[in-house]
Design a protein around this ligand. Sequence first.
Ligand code: 13P
Ligand code: ZN
Length: 269
Amino acid sequence: MKETVIDKFVRMCYDGFLQGWHERNGGNLSYRLDEEDIKEVEKLFVKEARHIEMPMAFEDLKGKYFLVTGSGKYMRNVPLAPEKNIGIIRIDDTGNGYDILWGLEDGAKPTSELPTHLLNHQVRYKATCGNCKVVYHAHPANITALSYTIEADSKILSRILWQSETECAVVFPEGVGIVDWMVPGQVGIARATAKLIEKYSAVVWAFHGIFGTGFDFDEAFGLVHTIEKASEIYLKAKSAGIVRTITDSQLLELAEAFNVKLNPEFLEV
Ligand code: 13P
Ligand code: ZN
């Protein structure tokens, strides 16, 4: 049977839980629905939608539909009752509010990180010529642990990740951004993240977790998975004692073989 867009969204929530990235209500997910997706789900829409105002306007998202996880909801519970733990919202015609068209039952609200999700959608939409549809926030332990061992510097982080697993430079040739510690759930951290997500498909939040984006669920999940695995390898190698690593000329050989362009600001050759 065909997996619906809601099925795919639910599967990703639970996959993240199985990886151990979603303790308690940690992490959240959003997906921008296209015309075809909307046709698939519009039969579910309620007649009288709840309307909620937001602390800022999202000019470029007026009239856009998103599937989002609920605030305070546990990823492990999403498959048990999707209609209570996730929902579909439509950004209103002012861009400053939204209507809840399906789900988020019993008065639930979208994730507290909605400002970061929406701003990331707005910025990534432009950066990828409309291709980015998924924004994913998770709390993987190794990424978070790694953020305690370095300054909040995107070049330092990106080089560590590129050197920690051969595939990394191919998966994220532009590198990974990092935002220093800030209070989550606020417009300030959303703006700081959006500035970096314009250049990078993923941004780490120091001492907190990561935001990964992608064209579809596989791409966003795979990106976070790759960064988490590389972080784990780095921390293991560091605690065992690093005696050598992938060199910049090897990174360039890799880039040539896989036809990707590495961010030149992060190379030292
Ligand atoms: P929500 O439960 O509001 O999605 O918050 C979880 C989280 O990870 C905040 O950064
Ligand atoms: Zn979080």
